[in-house]
Ligand binder design. Sequence first.
Ligand SMILES: NC(=O)c1ccc[n+]([C@@H]2O[C@H](COP(=O)([O-])OP(=O)(O)OC[C@H]3O[C@@H](n4cnc5c(N)ncnc54)[C@H](O)[C@@H]3O)[C@@H](O)[C@H]2O)c1
Length: 324
Amino acid sequence: MTIRIGQAGLGEWGKNLARNFAGLAELAWLCDPAEGKADEFRMLYPQARWAESFEELLADDSLDAIVIATPVPTHYELAREALQAGKHVFVEKPPAMKGAEIDELVAIAEERDLVLMPGHLLLYHPGVLKLKELVDEGALGDVLCVYGNRQNLGRIRPYENALWSLGVHDLSVILYLLDEDPVEAIAHGRDFLQPGVEDVAFCFMRFPSGRIAHMHLSWLDPHKKREMTVVGTEKMAVFDDMELDRKVTVYDKSPWKPVNTYGEWQTRTGDIHIPKIATDEPLKLECRHFLALVEGDGDRVRVAQDGARVVRALDMLTTSLNGG
Ligand SMILES: NC(=O)c1ccc[n+]([C@@H]2O[C@H](COP(=O)([O-])OP(=O)(O)OC[C@H]3O[C@@H](n4cnc5c(N)ncnc54)[C@H](O)[C@@H]3O)[C@@H](O)[C@H]2O)c1
């Protein structure tokens, strides 16, 4: 069966989604009210119809799924309308800005047996999948802490702060690796450039197992960093998305207590290993997974619930960031 897709939002990121879905499914409708978009995208995808409003997409009974790549504050409303119209939904990250909102979306999707998939791109990155494999098979020993660095003097967004724009990526990875929800979430940050939109955020989380995590998120920074570090009792691993052929590095390093040193800790340094990581485009893998879920393969409930877990943690960090 060819899945018929309608997409709302054709900005910087949306055009990548449209390119992928056009190659994997039938891109039947496109919608973006910004000036000039209709001319630009009609040329690129002449087979797709142009919708003047989101409601036109919803009204097409033969449309299976809707892809939402609009600004974050619009996600919840658009996703809710699409689910209520009986459409499967791929919604860019984060799918909502409040725990209560995502819970409502998950409930509608479950009640109607629809796919609600948030666009957590990094969960399809072969480097992150390798980290997860190392953690799950115990290759690092017991995981003690995880920390993410996502900094770049890059795009300064007018609505989403660094936590909601950058942190959502790292948070999705941290929760995926640890597979538990934080019991404590503390965030500090500052809105230097635009009132109410934090440019820099430092976030700390503690988990029921005792493990801890940290994220440094900023677009006011001299470095361009896309890094996740996992510290285990036996080994330590780093995922560095800025590297071309060294995406994951495993350090055979750890503290240890020799029997003859009266309980004093020493350190141990062994080999450094660079596993081979597939070069598949994460976005294509992500789009394929969405289509597979629509076709009935895979666990559609889990995907929605994992997305909800990320929003709830973001919500906790936001409460702290706002001084709550
Ligand atoms: N997964 C990733 O790696 C990744 C990377 C960048 C952005 N994103 C996400 O993608 C989304 C879009 O980001 P972007 O950088 O493309 O933003 P953007 O501002 O470049 O584009 C957003 C587009 O949505 C359109 N739009 C606004 N309201 C609309 C509506 N009601 N119906 C249809 N179109 C509407 C705007 O006109 C604009 O063209 C955001 O949620 C962002 O968080 C994800």
